[in-house]
Design a protein around this ligand. Structure first.
Ligand SMILES: *[C@@H]1O[C@H](CO)[C@@H](O)[C@H](O)[C@H]1NC(C)=O
Ligand SMILES: *[C@@H]1O[C@H](CO)[C@@H](O)[C@H](O)[C@H]1NC(C)=O
Ligand SMILES: *[C@@H]1O[C@H](CO)[C@@H](O)[C@H](O)[C@H]1NC(C)=O
Ligand SMILES: *[C@@H]1O[C@H](CO)[C@@H](O)[C@H](O)[C@H]1NC(C)=O
Length: 530
């Protein structure tokens, strides 16, 4: 009897608590899509019926959609979206290598992205067949990627009010502002900021500009997207974010810069790193042979957006010259082209268009990683405990590099340093041979393996909770309805200042009066005596 109950119990649990969950994940960049897919897989593994809705922003990403659930709905581009494609995306990506980061240039870069986002949303709305299909399901909750307001407006149209935003980056400055989370650019680096938490006067000014510029950029995109919904009487998106039940952030409190958050913000940083699975994966014989060849191995990858093959030729040549000075180290370089004549004579470098990155990082024979510091790679480094050289190229990568460097297991360089032979050589030598980096990286990984709440558990518990009880209007901080003057109590400080000033003034007037009076009396008596 007991055996039967034990067998039945997990099944009963699954069937009673299986929720219908919709996940909106537009295909515009691999890293964002992977993050949303990990959320989906976590919920599918917990027995929920996940529907993964993928509007195609970028057709090239079709093979990268990897998710366990069978309910995948891909929204193909129609002729209108195809013909409205903005040219210049490839050119923009190539220019990222030498792009000089500033709040203004970042905004200009987002223009193309905004166009793509709006066109993707318009295409989704033209597809009434998918809408009808989804409307019939009756979803308990829905989760959307945060770089577009289309998901939340679409959920509204579908009549789903238990919603969650998920950001595959650390907190976005515009989300903070929209949900009423305290925003302190004086010591919290903005998402695309170049600085750490220790900033001088000028840097604090710049940091706040980074924050404001991102808010403005997103506002412009959302304004365009929401116009598409005017037919359905949806015109104002300003309360959409605060109406959601939760915000999942790809940030981990033990890795990220400390900052104040509201109770709706739930950190799930590291959800995409499944350490046990990575450590149990086996490398192919080919990769094993490569790793066994020399005593040390170093992986080099700049991610999938800024391609290694597009980097300035002088930087590429410089890296190769440095590699030549480490004959006992094998360098594995993720490189996208077969045109390799420039590196033909060097023995200790292996070029590969694709690398099993996580499996390599989980392997003891790989000593260190040279990376662009995308958040995916940054979290992998933290959880797998590998020392790294981080060379951020654009976007949030500077912040990620600064964030990990604080734990003393990584060295940060500027991308422009790639032209500097001595510096690159010294950094690689340090990261490979100075025990300090290895020990600190391992310490962080150990800590993360023991953190009290695992990201996966957190996601399952919170999504189930929202599916049952959301939304939570009482969790909306009242600060959203207050002016900055009220929030920072400037009115009260002003009144206090005014009262003390009046008191001081009265005191001075009285003092002067007393002084004059006494003077007069003294004179009067003197005169009398005389
Ligand atoms: C699971 O979701 C799909 C929509 O993607 C729906 O058609 C199906 O009925 C759902 N299954 C259950 C058991 O609710
Ligand atoms: C996007 O760019 C294309 C080509 O430049 C243009 O035709 C289209 O109207 C733009 N879409 C939006 C929403 O701005
Ligand atoms: C490489 O290893 C060999 C043999 O272990 C050693 O003799 C040589 O000095 C090493 N070279 C460098 C540059 O470390
Ligand atoms: C802010 O004011 C609006 C309109 O008066 C109200 O609907 C909303 O509930 C208020 N928000 C909070 C957090 O009190």
């Amino acid at each position: 009897m007991r055996v039967i109950i034990l067998f039945l119990f997990p099944f009963l649990l699954n069937s009673t608590f299986a929720y219908n969950i919709l996940i909106y994940s537009p295909a515009f960049a691999t890293s964002h899509m992977n993050f949303m897919a990990h959320l989906a897989d976590t919920l599918t593994e917990a027995g929920h019926n996940v529907t993964f809705l993928v509007p195609m922003s970028d057709e090239k990403l079709r093979d990268r959609i990897k998710v366990q659930t069978k309910n995948i709905i891909i929204v193909d581009q129609d002729e209108i979206q195809k013909s409205n494609k903005c040219s210049g995306m490839n050119k923009m990506m190539q220019s990222l290598w030498t792009h000089i980061d500033s709040p203004e240039t970042n905004r200009a870069r987002f223009k193309l992205f905004g166009n793509q986002t709006v066109e993707t949303c318009a295409n989704l709305l033209r597809n009434s067949e998918i809408f009808e299909r989804l409307r019939k399901v009756g979803f308990d909750a829905a989760i959307t990627e945060s770089l577009s307001i289309c998901g939340l407006a679409y959920f509204k149209k579908l009549g789903i009010d238990r919603t969650i935003i998920a950001t595959s980056c650390t907190m976005f400055d515009n989300i903070m502002q929209l949900i009423g989370e305290p925003d302190h650019p004086s010591y919290v680096p903005a998402l695309q900021s170049l600085y750490t938490e220790k900033m001088n006067l000028y840097q604090r000014y710049q940091n706040s500009k980074y924050s404001i510029s991102l808010q403005k950029t997103m506002r412009e995109i959302f304004d365009l997207e929401i116009q598409l919904f005017s037919k359905w009487d949806i015109s104002n998106w300003h309360d959409f974010y605060s109406e959601t039940s939760l915000v999942f952030v790809n940030s981990n409190p033990y890795i990220d810069f400390p900052r104040p958050i509201i109770q709706k913000t739930i950190a799930i940083g590291g959800i995409s790193v499944n350490v046990d699975k990575i450590k149990s994966q086996k490398l192919s014989e080919e990769w094993n042979n490569i790793l066994d060849k020399r005593s040390q191995n170093m992986l080099i990858s700049f991610g999938s957006i800024a391609k290694s093959m597009d980097m300035p030729i002088e930087w590429r040549t410089n890296i190769l010259k440095v590699i030549e000075t480490f004959p006992n180290v094998t360098f594995i370089w993720k490189y996208e082209s077969d045109e390799l004549k420039w590196a033909n004579d060097i023995e200790n470098v292996v070029f590969s268009k694709w690398t099993p990155q996580t499996t390599l990082l989980g392997d003891k024979r790989v000593t260190a990683f040279l990376t662009h510091g995308g958040l995916g790679s940054t979290n992998e480094l933290a959880y797998l405990g590998k020392p790294a050289i981080m060379i951020p190229i654009f976007g949030d990568q500077m912040r990620n590099a600064n964030m990990l460097e604080r734990h003393n297991g990584a060295i940060k360089l500027s991308k422009f340093d790639l032209a500097n032979f001595e510096l690159v050589e010294k950094s690689i030598n340090n990261i490979l041979n100075d025990e300090k980096y290895f020990k600190n990286a391992e310490k962080l990984a150990h800590l993360l393996s023991k953190q009290p709440m695992k990201p996966k558990e957190t996601v399952i518990k919170y999504v189930e909770f929202v599916s049952e009880f959301g939304p939570f209007p009482t969790m909306d901080p009242y600060s959203r309805n207050m002016s900055k003057i009220q929030i920072y109590m400037l009115d009260i400080y002003f009144i206090m200042f005014l009262s003390y000033s009046i008191l001081l003034f009265a005191f001075l007037v009285f003092g002067r009066f007393l002084y004059n009076y006494l003077n007069f009396r003294i004179l009067f008596y003197r005169n009398k005596i005389d």
